[in-house]
Write a protein that binds this ligand. Structure first.
Ligand code: GDP
Length: 331
């Protein structure tokens, strides 16, 4: 956990150093609140959440103190914790319910760290939880994304089903069904890749007892939020997976770049409107000097933050823990 703590310490320096003077004096006069607002804003907490926090500090002081000596730093800690521990966050199960296999869609804009995060999740569940993982490369528009996934797959010895492989499998099945070549549509769309990958998982289950894949992780096309064709394709793939699993709940996790502040929250809202996102992963917290964006995400989206990315390596994924995070930024 050392790197994560180091990252948070860095966060601390820029995030809170501007506030520490205010804390020590326990001042909540208008001038101090203004400075606090500026510091929170600079730390990427975002407009709505900054306003909310400052408002709480100014109006809930007496309620928080309950007649005891008032501590501003404890009050800030309390309010931040309330934001991070919203109902959905508290009900979170870090471990996926795995089996048959469970299908996990990983979505997000290009560059957010989707592929890297998939590599990390796959390795975590394979090596730490000893589960059998398969990855479906369902970004049928970008060959480079497929190649990148294959590299992650090779590193951790995890099978990656590419669109080409899915296409070949469709062709083979149709030929077995005696269709002539011209009748066979082998054009790959995300839903078809998911279907083929799911069937691949089931074929393993039938062939090798005890080796049934538990988890099928689906990589999806990025740059989605303003591209209706891609959004529709993704919708279809999620619908198909739900049918394959006979309505069992799917997992749709959104990867958010932790270094781009309010932009990342706005992007996430577009995804949230369209899909039932049930988990968030915030990446690149090691390279963000800020980290306040995590508070903004929690406050504005109310979707559980499951993991944070703290580096480019396969092991640089941490379960998100609210108290540790706040300790990291407040010291
Ligand atoms: P994708 O386009 O969403 O699939 O993004 P990639 O997985 O290709 O990541 C984009 C860049 O961000 C790559 O250079 C990654 O190494 C880097 N990256 C991803 N996650 C992290 C992280 O947690 N920390 C840091 N420092 N870099 C990251």
């Amino acid at each position: 956990f050392n790197r994560a703590i180091a990252a948070l310490r860095r966060t601390k320096n820029t995030f809170i150093s501007g506030l520490s003077d205010l804390f020590s004096g326990n001042n909540t006069d208008a001038d101090s609140l203004k400075k606090m607002e500026e510091a929170l804003y600079r730390a990427d907490v975002g407009h709505a959440t900054t306003k909310y926090l400052v408002d709480r500090i100014s109006t809930q002081k007496d309620t928080f103190a309950q007649g005891k000596p008032y501590s501003l730093v404890n009050h800030v800690r309390h309010e931040m914790l309330q934001i991070l521990e919203h109902k959905a966050q508290l009900s979170v199960q870090y471990k996926l319910k795995l089996g048959n296999p469970t299908i996990l869609f990983v979505i997000g804009v290009n560059g957010a760290g989707k592929t890297t995060t998939i590599g990390k999740i796959a390795s975590l569940y394979k090596n730490q939880h000893k589960r059998n993982i398969v990855i479906a490369a369902a970004d049928t528009n970008r060959a480079a994304a497929v190649d990148q996934l294959k590299i992650w797959g090779e590193r951790s010895d995890i099978k990656v089903i590419s669109p080409e492989e899915a296409s070949a499998s469709v062709l083979k099945k149709q030929q077995n069904a005696n269709k002539s070549f011209n009748q066979v549509n082998t054009k790959m769309t995300p839903d078809r890749v998911v279907t083929e990958a799911y069937e691949y998982c089931n074929s393993i289950k039938n062939k090798k007892a005890g080796q049934a894949p538990d988890l099928l992780i689906v990589d999806t096309a990025g740059r989605l939020q303003n591209n209706n064709t891609l959004l529709n394709e993704l919708s279809r793939a999620i619908d198909v997976s739900s049918r394959l699993r006979r309505g069992a709940p799917d997992y749709v996790w959104l990867v958010i770049d932790g270094t781009i502040g309010q932009n990342s929250i706005d992007q996430a809202k577009v995804f949230q409107k369209r899909f039932k996102v049930n988990g968030i992963i915030v990446t690149k917290l090691d390279s963000s000097a800020k980290g306040g964006v995590v508070l903004g995400i929690a406050h504005e989206l109310k979707i559980p933050i499951l993991f944070v990315g703290v580096g480019e390596g396969v092991d640089d994924l941490r379960e998100f823990k609210s108290k540790e995070f706040i300790d990291g930024i407040l010291g």
